[in-house]
Write a protein that binds this ligand. Structure first.
Ligand code: ADP
Ligand code: MG
Length: 595
């Protein structure tokens, strides 16, 4: 048997064993390969060290970084500390205090459990651990360089641990080359701190870089405070809390309401039992929950924690523990969709009377929800042990029902905006967006209740299509029928439209169907049927309702407002455009510089 010498490629056959190609790797090479999985970049080190501090129940976690983490990462905590006899073990591979037997592996409540982080980090850096438990008089210091450790020595220090990582990847120059610019790496580090901070409102986090304090998140009692610290007042100000539970599944957090949205999913953060995870199922479910409330390509701000029994989720599927696997994927997906929708629905009902255009003025406390539950995901398993009430959603004490019909209509502007006096000040309603939303919600409702009401056309309208589109329509005739359009072949590449949804006002249906066919052609490429079906509905709604620039009579306006009160999500059109803009008295006064 041959061993490779450290770092040397064992491909060249030795003359003694001309045929042998397989060799056992040396210990140090093995650990560097293993480290590659856990320690991808400086931010991974920060993540692992902070996770250890959180597992040790620290209340203060301070991080110092130099050279964007390549020269120094120091994480200091006031946690439980490591006992003197455990110190040498902490840097041994597969040594952990968090798992005892196989049973534990499928019921993990701590952030760490693989016993890999410290040895992995130690094999690619110069590492020093200083730690002391509350029970011991003095602490211990242990140094490791490139995986080789010195004897621990006694060291005076306060209770808690400080782990210092210098010269990361000094012994793997190739890995250094993969690092991005210093500012990008630093950005990753602050992302890590932010994600952890959002899951632990009761912990004080600090991040220093090159002597500058970048983040200082003091412990908070109201989670909304932490949201503001981490996401800033503008983003946090547009978010409301939500709580949802069914059986053992508890979903809670904060979500952005219309009209805030973002060009990427940066603020879409999902946690499972307090652990930050990137999970396609969860992200998809959140977006599906928003469905038509966001414009295409826009994302919400969401901080969502899914609390489920530990045995329902396998966290041991990714070395950096950032991905998980659910036992009941579909159920979890649907629960999250429901939780998000429910939160948004409550908000839309309660918030209809709120001034929706004011979130540009930062967060002034007006949106503060009475549902403050201190920390979002306190103490590991809280979402499982504490019963939260589904009814406890945000109730802002504003009667949602009747908001629109209670408005005092002043008139119509430019043939497309309805100007009203509201209890807050002035309300402007986009009549086209309002009609769209009403038609959309009604059709969705009819569809859910078993079928779209239809109207027969006295004279069928004949639609001629180019060959490829005709093919598409032929294929989708039954879906069209489901949506209220009876369409029959009427000769080569032409079709007769015989019935249309009763909701559509009289007019030219050819254009509506033509547009739907174009959408269908796209649809073939996408996967989620339910979602797309609704997109189709939206399209119909958008092209069937009263177009902008039409004078409405007083009665028509009143009827429109009453209808707006009857539907969910009245403040957004199905494309995510706002239906209502409200200007409070204070804002008007501000605009006129009267304050
Ligand atoms: N900051 C800390 N405070 C207290 N104990 C720690 C700290 N960091 C590491 N440890 C101890 O060292 C062990 C090994 O850490 P690590 O390699 O990250 O593995 P894991 O976290 O998976 O157990 C932990 O199980 C824990 O007992
Ligand atoms: Mg760990």
């Amino acid at each position: 048997m041959r061993y490779s010498s450290d770092g040397i490629c064992p491909k060249v056959p030795n003359f003694l064993y001309p045929m042998q190609k397989i060799v056992l790797l040396s210990e140090s090479l093995i650990s560097r390969i293993a480290a590659g999985e856990v320690v991808e970049r400086p931010a991974s080190v920060v993540k692992e060290l902070v996770e250890n501090s959180l597992d040790a129940r620290a209340r203060e976690i301070f991080v110092w970084v130099e050279g964007s983490g390549t020269s120094l990462i120091r994480v200091s905590d006031d946690g439980e500390g490591i006992a003197s006899e455990d110190i040498p073990l902490a840097i041994e591979r597969h040594a952990t205090s968090k798992l005892k037997d196989e049973g534990d592996l499928f019921c993990i409540s701590t952030l760490g459990f693989r016993g890999e982080a410290l040895p992995s980090i130690a094999s690619v850096s110069r590492l020093e651990i200083v730690s002391r438990t509350r029970q011991e008089e003095a602490g211990w210091r242990l140094r490791v360089e490139g995986g080789k450790r010195e004897e621990p020595n006694m060291f005076g220090c306060p209770p808690g641990s400080t782990v210092e990582v210098r010269d990361l990847f000094y012994n793997i120059p190739a890995r250094r080359k993969f690092l991005k610019s210093p500012s990008t790496e630093l950005g990753h580090i602050s992302d890590v701190i932010n994600r952890m901070a959002l899951a632990h409102g009761d912990v004080h986090f600090q991040l220093h870089h090159a002597g500058r304090l970048l983040c200082d998140y003091v412990a908070v009692t109201h989670f909304q405070e932490r949201l503001r610290q981490v996401l800033g007042p503008d983003v946090a100000g547009g978010m409301v809390s939500f709580l949802w539970s069914k059986g053992e599944v508890k979903i809670s957090g904060y979500l952005s309401t219309a009209p805030s949205s973002f060009p990427n999913s940066r603020y879409l953060l999902t946690y499972v039992n307090g652990r930050f995870v990137r999970d396609r199922v969860l992200t998809h479910a959140v977006l599906e929950g928003y469905e038509t409330l966001l414009m295409k390509g826009r994302y919400p701000a969401v901080v969502l924690n899914l609390g489920i029994p530990f045995e329902e989720v396998d966290v041991n599927v990714h070395p950096a523990k950032i991905e998980v696997r659910f036992r009941q994927r579909t159920e979890i997906h649907d629960a999250v969709v429901e939780a998000v929708r429910d939160g948004l629905r409550r908000e839309a009902k309660g918030q209809a009377a709120k001034t929706i255009w004011e979130n540009e003025q930062a967060f002034s406390g007006t949106r503060e929800s009475p549902t403050s539950y201190g920390k979002l995901f306190p103490e590991g398993s809280l979402p499982l042990t504490k019963t939260v009430s589904v009814e406890a959603g945000p109730d802002l004490g504003i009667p949602g029902r009747g908001f629109f019909s209670s408005l005092d209509v002043l008139g119509q502007l430019l043939g497309c905006y309805i100007v009203c006096e509201s209890p807050q000040g002035m309300a402007l309603i986009d009549q086209h967006a309002a009609h769209e939303r009403i038609a959309f919600e009604k059709m969705r409702d009819q569809l859910a209740r078993g079928g779209i009401e239809r109207q027969d056309l006295l004279i069928p309208q004949v639609l001629e299509l180019p060959f490829p589109e005709a093919q598409v329509l032929e294929q989708w005739c039954s879906t069209m029928d489901h949506l209220g359009f009876t369409i029959e072949a009427f000769g080569p590449n032409s079709f007769a439209i015989k019935t249309v949804p009763a909701l559509l006002p009289a007019g030219d249906y050819l254009d509506v169907v033509r547009r739907m066919v174009t959408e269908y052609a796209e649809f073939e490429r996408s996967a989620e049927l339910r979602h797309d079906l609704e997109e189709r509905l939206m399209t119909i709604a958008c092209h069937s309702v009263i177009r902008a620039n039409r004078r409405l009579g007083r009665e028509e306006i009143r009827a429109l407002l009453v209808e707006l009160d009857e539907i969910d999500f009245a403040t957004q059109c199905p494309h995510g455009r706002p239906v209502l803009l409200e200007f409070s008295q204070a804002r008007l006064e501000g605009m006129f510089k009267r304050t």
